[in-house]
Design a protein around this ligand. Structure first.
Ligand SMILES: N[C@@H](CCC(=O)N[C@@H](CS)C(=O)NCC(=O)O)C(=O)O
Length: 216
């Protein structure tokens, strides 16, 4: 299977962690925003990452790909069968993608992607607004929602943990670390999920890559 995407995308990172948890082999083909790569364009109708080519089966969108792979490779179970647990996992996936990653994206895109990758100024006011007004509310919500087990759903690792922890890397690239005095559960949980063997090597690679980008 070919995965098209960049390591710094929260959606690509979520998929890479999922593939690692499932123990699946794949080739990561690096693409950037607006990439003309014909394979990527064929797999991703809106040119968004990630997208896959699984032996000729083309699919885009991290959640669509993950649901496809969960059906194809059911073990270990990362999307529970229990109706309530499944509903909660889908909620957290949605929260991670459209709320948390979107908030972090306003900071990451405007402070880093725009100036460093696209060569144009970002909307720094939007980034500052997201950091000052949106992010604290989301962290407060998460702090109250993380169970004592340290996993968001069913007291075990699921897609929910991957989807919500992944965007924390983009905050890290912006120099933002969770304040453990203010949000102790979020700090410990996000650190633990990003340190899992399925994600740690990618995180390490990404940090080395971003150190070079930020130093340039
Ligand atoms: N819902 C999609 C979101 C994908 C997405 O927006 N990816 C961004 C990178 S983080 C992208 O490819 N942006 C390029 C563009 O919007 O042109 C998913 O979960 O895969």
């Amino acid at each position: 299977m070919i995965v098209y995407g960049s390591l710094v995308s929260p959606f690509v990172r979520k998929l890479l962690g999922f593939l690692g948890e499932k123990g699946l082999d794949f080739e990561l083909k690096g693409v950037g925003i607006g990439d003309p790569d014909p394979g990527f364009r064929a797999a991703s109708p809106l040119a968004k990452m990630p997208a896959i080519d699984d032996d000729g089966f083309l699919l885009a969108d991290s959640s669509a790909i993950i649901h496809y792979l969960e059906a194809k490779y059911p073990e270990p179970v990362l999307i529970p069968a229990d109706p309530q647990a499944r509903g909660r996992v889908i909620w957290w996936d949605e929260f991670g993608d459209t709320v948390f990653a979107a908030c972090g994206g306003k900071m990451f895109f405007n402070r880093i992607v725009s100036p460093k990758f696209l060569g144009r100024e970002g909307d720094l006011a939007a980034a500052a607004q997201a950091e000052a007004e949106e992010l604290p509310k989301l962290l407060d919500y998460l702090e109250g929602a993380i169970p004592a087990s340290g996993y968001l759903v069913e007291d075990r690792f699921t897609l929910a943990d991957l989807a919500v922890a992944s965007p924390f890397m983009n905050l890290r690239h912006c120099g933002l670390r969770v304040d453990a005095a203010k949000h102790p559960k979020v700090a410990a949980w996000s650190e633990a999920i990003l340190s899992r063997p399925s994600l740690a090597p990618w995180v390490d690679k990404e940090e080395r890559m971003m150190a070079k980008v930020l130093a340039a």
